[in-house]
Write a protein that binds this ligand. Structure first.
Ligand SMILES: Cc1ncc(C[n+]2csc(CCOP(=O)(O)OP(=O)(O)O)c2C)c(N)n1
Ligand SMILES: [Mg+2]
Length: 569
């Protein structure tokens, strides 16, 4: 007797190191589900497939290992799409088993037929269908191989008749997890060194490609006397135990990080693919090192682009670098960054009448979170406060939708983090908009026994959008949210739940939440009008704010404007 394709799929996933598969079952997936149930792979039952993709992506991002999700045909697998975009952009190795209607009906608009191949093409590194049972093992191996080697999402489309197909002659195709060491060639290393050695005001801009390379970056920064600015995604890898650190640039950044990059004469970009062109210097010489050749020079024109792993490249480069005798550029920006931190600390305090600014809430989470906690924050203002006020220490990690920029990823991502790291504290910082977008996932915490700690930044609105509208001079439009008491909702579902709205109650509530053995939700009513201030003053948003204020006053909403001023100045 031969083997069923469904069994082969599961066998290969196991061999490729998959520990969990997130999803929702359905007719075309049933045989796969039965095989999975007999395997070592854990099935995690979410309430919306998008959440399954967020969870799988976060698990893969944390562990670097392959993680799976699986869905039924048509709408079932379609639902994964936004989470798969997120995973693919984060370079998380995830494989989706997208089950499909019978092969014989494909192309006739059969009920639930969806053309997955064209649908998932853009958010994957591999998207193929199984056409005969005999090619099943080779195809699922190819899918896993692509996800691991190209670091991204692989989609394998499996028509239901293929799942049931039997294979008599099977060959030992298997997945290989190669870890090559990649760096620029010797000539390129010497060309890079020449540019850097000629620089006087040298800065380093470090991105998420720098994970694991902090020692090498510090050694290069010391030799070149270069301040190190970093992207938001690199904070947890670089913003600790690093005397050269000047924080982030970009809208989330600070004055020192922002200006160090703009004022340097030579910029060394390391594993950074920051998208906003206005934050790059126009007249500096730029050397860019990235593991992905397609990233070279795609954001800003660079003088020299080279391909390599940051750690291996810097190890090869260091012996060629000369000591920069002038420390003044480094000294100036390190001092400026110190001042930024001191100023910021002064502002992290309760609001008027004992209210809770969201930035202050994040600073208290920062105070009480475990030394090795994993924190994930929703797009919108929670991720801004997280990247600004949640400190890195080399053990903590910060996650957010920083490339795809989707709402509602925090809660579901926290599932993947907690499943992969059951002994660590996992905190999901959710917007009230983000939480309710995938509200059903609160139930997953109970069903799947996932003890995540959820903190809702309840400002009663789509706050980040409202700030954007005001900066454009528009009155807030369609941003209000009519919320239930999320603390009570949590309790009704079976989680520990509480709502606070006074700063005096906040510390106790956070500690109580974090001490819960199971899942818990702390709903914090935060100030409605705290603005996210960028590191630089630009005319357009200032004019926009003035225009908004004038319009609000004309519409009889002068009190809102006064409140905004009171909360932010
Ligand atoms: C899926 C999706 N829909 C819409 C947006 C646009 N958007 C970005 S932030 C945001 C508001 C988020 O509101 P909330 O979760 O309450 O966080 P807040 O900014 O209020 O703290 C919206 C609508 C998006 N990024 N993703
Ligand atoms: Mg909100």
């Amino acid at each position: 007797m031969g083997k069923k394709v469904a069994e082969i799929l599961v066998e290969v996933l196991e061999q490729a190191g998959v520990e969990r598969c997130y999803g929702i079952v359905g007719d075309t997936l049933n045989l796969f589900a039965e095989s999975l149930d007999k395997s070592s792979i854990e099935w995690v039952h979410v309430r919306h497939e998008e959440a399954g993709a967020f969870a799988a992506g976060a698990e893969a991002q944390l562990t670097g290992g392959l993680t799976a999700c699986a869905g039924s045909c048509g709408p079932g697998s379609l639902h994964f799409i936004n989470g798969l975009y997120e995973a693919n952009r984060n370079r998380s190795p995830v494989v989706l088993i997208a089950s499909q209607v019978m092969s014989s009906e494909l192309g006739f608009e059969f009920i639930q037929e969806v053309d997955f191949k064209s649908l998932f093409k853009e958010c994957s590194v591999y998207c193929e269908q199984i056409y005969t049972p005999e090619q099943a093992r080779r195809k699922v191996v190819a899918a896993c191989q692509a996800a691991i080697a190209l670091k991204g999402v692989a989609v394998l489309i499996v028509p239901v008749d293929m799942s049931h197909g039997e294979v008599k002659e099977d060959f030992p195709y298997r997945v290989h997890n190669a870890q090559p060491l990649i760096r620029p060639n010797d000539q390129e290393i010497s060309d890079i060194a020449k540019i850097l050695n000629e620089g006087q005001k040298i800065a380093i801009y470090a991105g998420s490609g720098c994970e694991g390379a902090l020692d090498e970056i510090k050694a290069v920064a010391d030799r070149l006397k270069a301040p190190v600015a970093h992207t938001s995604r690199a904070k947890d890898a670089l913003a600790y135990d690093n005397p050269y650190n000047v924080g982030m640039t970009g809208i989330l950044g600070n004055e020192a990080g922002y200006n160090a990059i703009l004022e340097c004469d030579t910029l060394l970009m390391l594993g950074a693919d920051f998208a906003w062109r206005q934050f790059y210097p126009d007249h500096a010489k730029i050397v860019q090192i990235d593991i992905k050749p397609t990233h070279l020079g795609r954001r800003h024109h660079v003088s020299l682009g080279a391909v390599g792993d940051v750690k291996a490249t810097l190890q090869a480069l260091l012996p060629h670098l000369e000591e920069n005798p002038d420390e003044s550029f480094l000294g100036e920006f390190v001092d400026r960054y110190k001042k930024v931190i001191e100023e910021t600390q002064k502002h992290l305090k309760p609001g008027h009448d004992d209210t809770i600014p969201a930035s202050y809430l994040m600073s208290r989470i920062n105070k009480y979170a475990a030394d090795d906690s994993l924190l994930v924050a929703d797009d919108g203002s929670p991720i801004v406060w997280a990247t600004r006020h949640f400190d890195a220490n080399g053990k903590r990690r910060i996650f957010g939708s920083l490339l795809h920029g989707t709402m509602a990823s925090a809660l579901s991502s926290s599932f993947g983090l907690q499943k992969a790291a059951p002994d660590r504290q996992v905190i999901a910082c959710c917007g009230d908009g983000g939480l309710t977008m995938l509200f059903g996932e609160l139930i997953t915490t109970i069903q799947e026994n996932i003890p995540v700690k959820i903190i809702v930044f309840d400002n009663g609105k789509l706050g980040f959008v409202e700030i954007e509208q005001k900066a454009e001079g528009i009155l807030d439009t369609f941003t209000k949210l009519k919320n239930p008491d999320f603390g009570k909702v949590a309790e009704a579902i079976g989680l520990w739940g509480k709502t606070v709205n006074k700063a005096a109650d906040l510390d106790g509530a956070i500690q109580e939440l974090l001490a819960q053995p199971g899942p818990g939700l702390l709903n914090v009513i935060v100030n409605q009008l705290e603005l996210v201030k960028p590191p630089m003053i630009e005319l357009k948003p200032v004019v926009g704010m003035a225009l908004y204020s004038a319009r609000a006053i004309l519409h009889g909403r002068g009190a809102d404007v006064l409140e905004m001023i009171r909360e932010n100045i």
